[in-house]
Write a protein that binds this ligand. Structure first.
Ligand code: F6P
Length: 319
């Protein structure tokens, strides 16, 4: 293999730049040329492809977002779109592709693999919802952004003696909610992976209030529904003054944490190694701090799970 491509796709996540940098530098280290594909699969279809040099990825390791830009591309879900993408790859002499992104990006990489094009998936999403890896690139940074917000909201919640519902991202996964809720000392955490009983939530809030608690923080994963609607229900059921904060897109931005930069560097470099070893159709990940790779055709069939013992612990610590 003499020339590979790299793209970022779907929702951006902090650390994607560090992953792109690792792909480019690792490939050049092994005398392989690297082409950057801009705007994800949509740029692949339209041929927005440029050669990257060592200097192209200088000064980006600490930056959020992605220097390659990103997009969600409906056309690439079609057979015709995929074929156009492969034609562009062949036109530019690209023999293998590193795809950095989440669930939708992996589906695209799976399709390319089924068409016989060697691809390696690198998990880049704040949601931490890709099977076969303990962590995805960007999750740790998003988590720290959420914790910072919880700490700040806690100040005002205490001053006003209010209940706060904080809605966090995660698509269908509850990882951001669970980890930030545990780290932020939330009274209640609602995630799609665990049943919740409204009566129990209300009873806990009332108990805390009667015990003299000055405030309550409830973390709601977007996957279970609207934080605003949930806040209204809580206010009606408890008669406690309740406010809602939907954290939104701030969770996707910011300088990546050291953890995400290291993870991105390791996974990006491993993806290049796999292509050089002639192993396309893989998805890289980290499990028990060791780099692993799985069949990209099968990885998305596995269910994403959260650690239920952590969820139980969060309840035990917030009685
Ligand atoms: O996958 C990352 C993510 O931020 C999810 O947490 C969220 O549900 C989704 O993307 C939002 O997507 P969009 O950027 O298309 O609004």
């Amino acid at each position: 293999m003499k020339r590979i491509g790299v793209l970022t796709s779907g929702g951006d996540s902090p650390g994607m730049n560090a992953a792109v940098r690792a792909v480019v530098r690792k490939a050049i280290y092994h005398n392989i040329e690297v082409y950057g594909i801009y705007q994800g699969y949509s740029g692949l279809i339209s041929g927005q492809i440029k050669k990257l040099e060592l200097g192209s990825v200088g000064d980006i390791i600490h930056r959020g977002g992605t220097m390659l830009y990103t997009a969600r591309c409906e056309e690439f879900k079609t057979e015709a779109g995929q074929k156009k993408g492969i034609e562009q790859l062949r036109k530019f002499g690209i023999e293998g592709l590193v795809v950095i992104g989440g669930d939708g990006s992996y589906r695209g990489a799976k399709k390319l693999t089924e068409h016989g094009f060697p691809c390696v998936g690198v998990p880049g999403t704040i949601d931490n919802d890709i099977p076969g890896t303990d962590f995805t690139i960007g999750f740790d940074t998003a988590l720290n952004t959420v914790i910072d917000a919880i700490d700040k909201i806690r100040d005002t919640a205490t001053s006003h003696e209010r209940t706060y519902v904080i809605e966090v991202m995660g698509r269908h996964a509850g990882d951001i909610a669970l980890w930030s809720g545990l780290a932020g000392g939330a009274e209640t955490i609602l995630i799609p992976e665990a049943e919740h009983d409204m009566e129990d939530v209300v009873a806990r809030l009332k108990r805390g209030h009667e015990r003299g608690k000055k405030h309550s923080i409830i973390i709601v994963a977007e996957g279970i529904g609207s934080g605003v609607e949930f806040g209204q229900k809580i206010q009606e059921a408890t008669n406690l003054e309740t406010r809602v904060s939907v954290l939104g897109y701030i969770q996707r931005g910011g300088s990546p944490t050291a953890f995400d930069r290291v993870l991105a560097s390791r996974l990006g470099a491993r993806a290049v190694e796999l292509l050089l070893e002639g192993k396309g159709g893989r998805a890289v990940g980290i499990q028990n701090n060791a780099l692993v790779d799985h069949d990209i055709l099968e990885i998305l069939d596995q269910a994403h799970t959260v650690d239920q013992t952590m969820y139980t612990l969060s309840k035990e610590l917030s009685i």
